[in-house]
Design a protein around this ligand. Sequence first.
Ligand code: NAD
Ligand code: TYD
Length: 339
Amino acid sequence: MNILVTGGAGFIGANFVYYELKNHPEDRIVCLDKLTYAGNLQTLDEALKQDNFRFVKGDIADRECVFKLFEEEKFDIVVNFAAESHVDRSVEDPGIFLKTNIIGTQTLMDAARKFGVRRYHQVSTDEVYGDLPLDRPDLFFTEETPIHTSSPYSASKASADLLVMAYARTFGLPVSITRCSNNYGPYHFPEKLIPLMISRALADESLPVYGKGENVRDWLYVEDHCSAIDLVIRKGKDGEIYNIGGHNERTNLQVVKTILKILGKDESLITYVTDRPGHDMRYAIDPTKIHNELGWLPETTFDEGIKKTVQWYLDNEPWWKNILEGDYQNYFERMYSGR
Ligand code: NAD
Ligand code: TYD
C-alpha cells in the first residue's frame, strides 16, 4: 500500500513513520511536511535511507501542491498528523491554527475525493471533548461525549473532526478519526510539558508549573498511539471515531516530580507561574471501544515510559539542544518572561 503521512517530521508523525517502516516493510510511506518550527528533517534521517520512503516539503493547505502529489502517488491511505499542536501558541496567535488544522484538513479531503483513497484518517485529540472536573474521577471521555472546546487549538481540531464526518456523510468519503490523550516519548518538541521539564532540569533551570500543578493529563507512550492508529487504518470501520488512551492519569506536579526523581534533581527547581488562560482541568479517556472492536491495548505503563523517555533525552542531547539553540529561545522569552 502507498500511505501518505502528513506532519511526519513532527513528534507523533515521525514515530508513526518509523513504526510503519518497521512493522510493514511491504508498504511505501510518503511524508508531506511543511517543516514549520515543529518539524525537523533530521528526525527522519534513518527513514530517508530507505527505498520505500519519500519526503516532500509542502503545506497541506496548499491545493496545488497537495493535488499534484495525490495525482502522482495515487495513495491508498492518508493519515493526517500535520497540525499546529501547541495550546499556548494558539492562545498567542490562533490564525495559523485555523489555516493548517481546518483548511489543511479540507484540502487533503478534497484531494482524497478527487483521486480516490481507501481511507482518509484524521489524527485528532481528546481535547475536543473539553475537560472533566477534578472531583469526579468516575467520569471519562467516550466517543459519545459532546464536543466542548476550550482553546483555539482544540476548537480548530474539533472543527476539522466535524468536517471529516461531514465529508463522510455528504460525499461518502471513507474516513476514520482517532482521538488520543497526551503523548510522550522520543522526538517530543521541548515546548511541551515533559521534554521541557527534562531539558530544563538537566540544565538546573527553573521548572515553570502553571497554576498549582493540579491539572490532570492522561499520558500515553507514543508507540502505543502509533500501534492504535495502525490498527484503525487497517482494520477499523469506515466512518468511525475511536478514543485512544491507557488510563495513565497524573497531575502535572506528579509528572514533574517523577522526572526530577529519575534525574536525581531537587524539587526546589519547581516554580509556580501564572496559569494558562482557559486551562483544562482534567482529561481522561475511556478506550473501551478500540479495545473491544480492535483488541488494542497499550504496552507501556507511565512508570516504564517516563524512564525510557528521560533516557532517550539523555542519549540524544544534540537533537534537542539544536532546537533550544534556535528560534526557540525567542519563544521561551515571549511565553515565560515576567509570568
Ligand atoms: P508536532 O507539532 O510535533 O508536529 C506537527 C508536524 O506537522 C510538524 O512536523 C510540522 O512541520 C507539520 N506541519 C505543521 N503545519 C503544517 C502544514 N500546514 N502542512 C504540512 N505540515 C505541517 O505535533 P504532534 O505532537 O506530533 O501532533 C501530531 C498530531 O497529533 C496533531 O494533529 C495533534 O493535534 C495530534 N495529537 C497530538 C497529541 C500530543 O500529545 N502531542 C495528542 C493527541 C493528538
Ligand atoms: P502541554 O504539554 O502543553 O499539553 P496540553 O496542553 O495539550 O495538555 O501541557 C501539559 C500540561 O502541562 C498542561 O496542563 C499545561 C501544563 N504545563 C505547565 O504546567 N508548564 C509548562 O511550561 C507547560 C508547557 C505545560
